[in-house]
Design a protein around this ligand. Sequence first.
Ligand code: SF4
Length: 249
Amino acid sequence: MLGVFKQDDSLGRRLVVILKGFPCSWGRCTFCPFALEQSFNLREVMETNRKIVKEAIEIAENEGYERVAVFNGSSFHELLYDTVERLRPLARNRIFEIEERSEYVTKESIDALLNYYSPRRLVIRVGFEVFDEGIREELLRKGMPNSEVFRLARLRKELREMSYPVEFLIYVLFGIEYIPEEKVIESVRKFKELFDGVIAVRYRKYLPNHPREVPVSRELASFLNAEADLVDWGGEQWEFPTRKRKGSK
Ligand code: SF4
Protein backbone atom coordinates (compact mmCIF):
# COMPACT_ATOMS: atom_id res chain seq x y z
CA MET A 1 0.00 0.00 0.00
CA LEU A 2 1.61 3.27 -1.12
CA GLY A 3 1.15 6.61 0.66
CA VAL A 4 1.70 8.35 3.98
CA PHE A 5 0.68 6.64 7.22
CA LYS A 6 0.70 7.88 10.81
CA GLN A 7 1.91 5.34 13.35
CA ASP A 8 2.47 5.33 17.06
CA ASP A 9 3.83 2.08 18.43
CA SER A 10 6.85 0.67 20.25
CA LEU A 11 9.20 2.61 17.92
CA GLY A 12 7.42 5.85 18.81
CA ARG A 13 5.27 8.36 16.96
CA ARG A 14 6.31 8.45 13.33
CA LEU A 15 5.27 9.06 9.77
CA VAL A 16 5.65 6.08 7.47
CA VAL A 17 6.12 7.04 3.83
CA ILE A 18 5.71 4.21 1.33
CA LEU A 19 7.02 5.11 -2.11
CA LYS A 20 6.81 3.43 -5.46
CA GLY A 21 10.02 1.81 -6.63
CA PHE A 22 11.52 0.13 -9.63
CA PRO A 23 11.86 -3.63 -9.22
CA CYS A 24 14.56 -4.52 -6.68
CA SER A 25 17.90 -5.10 -8.41
CA TRP A 26 18.29 -8.42 -6.57
CA GLY A 27 14.73 -9.63 -7.14
CA ARG A 28 15.35 -13.28 -6.23
CA CYS A 29 14.05 -13.74 -2.69
CA THR A 30 11.59 -16.63 -2.72
CA PHE A 31 9.03 -14.92 -0.45
CA CYS A 32 9.20 -11.35 -1.79
CA PRO A 33 5.85 -9.65 -2.49
CA PHE A 34 7.20 -6.23 -3.40
CA ALA A 35 7.10 -6.73 -7.16
CA LEU A 36 3.32 -6.36 -6.86
CA GLU A 37 3.71 -2.62 -6.21
CA GLN A 38 6.78 -1.88 -8.32
CA SER A 39 6.87 -0.47 -11.82
CA PHE A 40 9.20 -0.09 -14.79
CA ASN A 41 7.43 3.11 -15.81
CA LEU A 42 9.75 6.02 -15.04
CA ARG A 43 7.07 8.72 -15.27
CA GLU A 44 4.65 6.78 -13.09
CA VAL A 45 7.30 6.14 -10.41
CA MET A 46 8.48 9.76 -10.45
CA GLU A 47 5.05 11.38 -10.36
CA THR A 48 3.60 9.02 -7.77
CA ASN A 49 6.54 9.70 -5.48
CA ARG A 50 6.38 13.47 -5.99
CA LYS A 51 2.78 13.43 -4.74
CA ILE A 52 3.53 11.17 -1.77
CA VAL A 53 6.60 13.13 -0.67
CA LYS A 54 4.75 16.47 -0.94
CA GLU A 55 1.94 15.16 1.25
CA ALA A 56 4.44 13.72 3.75
CA ILE A 57 6.29 17.04 4.06
CA GLU A 58 3.03 18.89 4.74
CA ILE A 59 1.92 16.42 7.40
CA ALA A 60 5.36 16.21 9.05
CA GLU A 61 5.58 19.99 9.30
CA ASN A 62 1.97 20.71 10.28
CA GLU A 63 1.72 17.91 12.82
CA GLY A 64 5.25 17.99 14.23
CA TYR A 65 6.51 14.52 13.34
CA GLU A 66 10.08 14.00 14.52
CA ARG A 67 10.57 10.52 13.08
CA VAL A 68 10.01 9.62 9.43
CA ALA A 69 10.42 6.17 7.88
CA VAL A 70 10.75 5.92 4.10
CA PHE A 71 10.26 2.58 2.33
CA ASN A 72 10.26 1.78 -1.37
CA GLY A 73 10.00 -2.01 -1.55
CA SER A 74 13.69 -2.36 -2.36
CA SER A 75 16.70 -0.35 -1.22
CA PHE A 76 16.78 3.38 -0.55
CA HIS A 77 19.79 3.58 -2.88
CA GLU A 78 17.60 2.35 -5.75
CA LEU A 79 15.24 5.34 -5.59
CA LEU A 80 15.17 7.87 -8.42
CA TYR A 81 17.36 10.90 -7.82
CA ASP A 82 14.26 13.07 -8.29
CA THR A 83 12.77 11.40 -5.19
CA VAL A 84 16.04 11.35 -3.26
CA GLU A 85 16.29 15.12 -3.66
CA ARG A 86 12.68 15.84 -2.69
CA LEU A 87 13.10 13.89 0.55
CA ARG A 88 15.66 16.36 1.95
CA PRO A 89 13.24 18.58 3.92
CA LEU A 90 11.64 15.47 5.38
CA ALA A 91 14.92 14.06 6.68
CA ARG A 92 16.60 17.21 7.95
CA ASN A 93 16.81 17.32 11.78
CA ARG A 94 14.50 14.33 12.12
CA ILE A 95 15.05 10.68 12.90
CA PHE A 96 15.19 9.38 9.34
CA GLU A 97 14.65 5.69 8.73
CA ILE A 98 15.37 3.80 5.52
CA GLU A 99 15.66 0.22 4.23
CA GLU A 100 18.71 -1.11 2.41
CA ARG A 101 20.15 -4.32 1.11
CA SER A 102 23.42 -4.84 2.92
CA GLU A 103 25.65 -4.20 -0.11
CA TYR A 104 24.60 -0.52 -0.13
CA VAL A 105 25.68 0.00 3.47
CA THR A 106 29.28 1.16 3.80
CA LYS A 107 30.98 3.89 5.79
CA GLU A 108 31.17 5.94 2.59
CA SER A 109 27.46 5.57 1.77
CA ILE A 110 26.54 6.47 5.37
CA ASP A 111 28.80 9.53 5.30
CA ALA A 112 27.12 10.62 2.08
CA LEU A 113 23.61 10.16 3.54
CA LEU A 114 24.48 12.06 6.72
CA ASN A 115 26.04 14.92 4.74
CA TYR A 116 23.21 15.14 2.25
CA TYR A 117 20.26 14.80 4.62
CA SER A 118 21.56 16.06 8.00
CA PRO A 119 19.16 13.87 9.98
CA ARG A 120 19.18 13.93 13.77
CA ARG A 121 19.63 10.17 13.55
CA LEU A 122 19.78 7.77 10.64
CA VAL A 123 18.11 4.40 11.17
CA ILE A 124 18.96 1.70 8.62
CA ARG A 125 16.75 -1.37 8.42
CA VAL A 126 18.28 -4.45 6.81
CA GLY A 127 16.35 -7.63 5.97
CA PHE A 128 18.63 -10.46 7.02
CA GLU A 129 15.41 -12.31 8.03
CA VAL A 130 17.10 -15.28 9.78
CA PHE A 131 20.48 -15.84 11.39
CA ASP A 132 20.90 -19.35 9.94
CA GLU A 133 22.89 -18.81 6.74
CA GLY A 134 21.71 -22.05 5.09
CA ILE A 135 18.05 -21.08 5.45
CA ARG A 136 18.73 -17.49 4.42
CA GLU A 137 20.68 -18.37 1.31
CA GLU A 138 19.32 -21.73 0.12
CA LEU A 139 15.64 -21.37 1.01
CA LEU A 140 14.97 -17.63 1.13
CA ARG A 141 17.63 -16.81 -1.51
CA LYS A 142 18.45 -13.47 0.10
CA GLY A 143 21.89 -13.11 -1.46
CA MET A 144 23.26 -11.77 1.85
CA PRO A 145 25.60 -14.36 3.39
CA ASN A 146 26.94 -14.27 6.96
CA SER A 147 30.02 -12.41 5.75
CA GLU A 148 27.61 -9.49 5.18
CA VAL A 149 26.00 -9.90 8.62
CA PHE A 150 29.40 -9.70 10.30
CA ARG A 151 30.67 -6.92 8.01
CA LEU A 152 27.71 -4.75 9.01
CA ALA A 153 28.11 -5.67 12.68
CA ARG A 154 31.75 -4.52 12.52
CA LEU A 155 30.73 -1.34 10.69
CA ARG A 156 28.09 -0.60 13.33
CA LYS A 157 30.72 -1.04 16.09
CA GLU A 158 33.15 1.25 14.28
CA LEU A 159 30.46 3.92 13.80
CA ARG A 160 29.44 3.74 17.45
CA GLU A 161 33.03 4.25 18.52
CA MET A 162 33.04 7.42 16.41
CA SER A 163 29.64 8.51 17.89
CA TYR A 164 27.89 8.47 14.53
CA PRO A 165 24.12 9.08 14.87
CA VAL A 166 23.34 5.81 13.11
CA GLU A 167 21.36 2.77 14.21
CA PHE A 168 20.77 -0.61 12.56
CA LEU A 169 17.47 -2.48 12.90
CA ILE A 170 17.28 -6.01 11.50
CA TYR A 171 14.16 -7.70 10.13
CA VAL A 172 13.43 -11.24 11.31
CA LEU A 173 10.78 -13.19 9.42
CA PHE A 174 8.43 -15.63 11.21
CA GLY A 175 5.38 -17.71 10.38
CA ILE A 176 6.97 -19.03 7.16
CA GLU A 177 7.45 -22.76 6.48
CA TYR A 178 11.25 -22.51 6.03
CA ILE A 179 12.06 -21.01 9.45
CA PRO A 180 11.28 -23.20 12.49
CA GLU A 181 10.38 -21.29 15.65
CA GLU A 182 13.67 -22.11 17.38
CA LYS A 183 15.49 -20.47 14.45
CA VAL A 184 13.31 -17.35 14.83
CA ILE A 185 14.25 -17.19 18.52
CA GLU A 186 17.94 -17.72 17.71
CA SER A 187 17.76 -14.96 15.08
CA VAL A 188 16.24 -12.42 17.47
CA ARG A 189 18.86 -13.19 20.13
CA LYS A 190 21.86 -13.11 17.75
CA PHE A 191 20.80 -9.99 15.84
CA LYS A 192 20.09 -8.16 19.10
CA GLU A 193 23.65 -8.91 20.21
CA LEU A 194 25.13 -7.65 16.93
CA PHE A 195 22.88 -4.69 16.11
CA ASP A 196 20.62 -2.06 17.73
CA GLY A 197 17.38 -3.94 17.52
CA VAL A 198 15.07 -6.33 15.72
CA ILE A 199 11.78 -5.91 13.90
CA ALA A 200 9.92 -9.21 13.67
CA VAL A 201 7.68 -9.52 10.61
CA ARG A 202 4.83 -12.01 10.26
CA TYR A 203 5.19 -13.60 6.81
CA ARG A 204 2.24 -13.29 4.43
CA LYS A 205 1.92 -15.35 1.27
CA TYR A 206 0.81 -13.16 -1.63
CA LEU A 207 1.62 -15.32 -4.66
CA PRO A 208 0.82 -18.99 -5.36
CA ASN A 209 4.49 -19.96 -5.86
CA HIS A 210 5.57 -18.45 -2.54
CA PRO A 211 6.35 -20.54 0.58
CA ARG A 212 3.49 -21.51 2.91
CA GLU A 213 2.43 -19.50 5.94
CA VAL A 214 2.55 -21.54 9.16
CA PRO A 215 0.74 -20.91 12.47
CA VAL A 216 2.58 -19.05 15.21
CA SER A 217 2.58 -20.55 18.71
CA ARG A 218 1.53 -18.56 21.75
CA GLU A 219 5.07 -19.08 23.15
CA LEU A 220 6.73 -17.53 20.10
CA ALA A 221 4.24 -14.66 20.08
CA SER A 222 5.04 -13.88 23.75
CA PHE A 223 8.78 -14.17 23.12
CA LEU A 224 8.62 -11.76 20.16
CA ASN A 225 6.45 -9.33 22.06
CA ALA A 226 8.98 -9.26 24.89
CA GLU A 227 12.20 -9.32 22.84
CA ALA A 228 11.64 -7.61 19.48
CA ASP A 229 11.65 -3.83 19.24
CA LEU A 230 8.59 -4.03 17.02
CA VAL A 231 6.39 -6.92 15.89
CA ASP A 232 4.59 -6.47 12.60
CA TRP A 233 1.74 -8.95 12.73
CA GLY A 234 0.59 -8.19 9.19
CA GLY A 235 -3.03 -7.88 10.26
CA GLU A 236 -3.13 -10.87 12.62
CA GLN A 237 -4.68 -10.10 16.00
CA TRP A 238 -2.62 -10.97 19.05
CA GLU A 239 -3.46 -8.91 22.09
CA PHE A 240 -0.37 -7.70 23.92
CA PRO A 241 0.09 -4.33 25.64
CA THR A 242 2.14 -1.83 23.57
CA ARG A 243 5.64 -1.49 24.98
CA LYS A 244 7.67 1.61 24.09
CA ARG A 245 11.25 1.03 22.97
CA LYS A 246 13.97 2.75 24.95
CA GLY A 247 14.62 6.19 23.40
CA SER A 248 11.29 6.32 21.51
CA LYS A 249 8.65 8.94 22.30
S1 SF4 B 1 15.98 -7.89 -1.30
FE1 SF4 B 1 13.96 -7.28 -0.52
S2 SF4 B 1 12.93 -6.28 -2.25
FE2 SF4 B 1 14.71 -7.40 -3.09
S3 SF4 B 1 13.88 -9.37 -3.73
FE3 SF4 B 1 14.64 -9.64 -1.64
S4 SF4 B 1 12.87 -9.21 -0.26
FE4 SF4 B 1 12.39 -8.45 -2.33
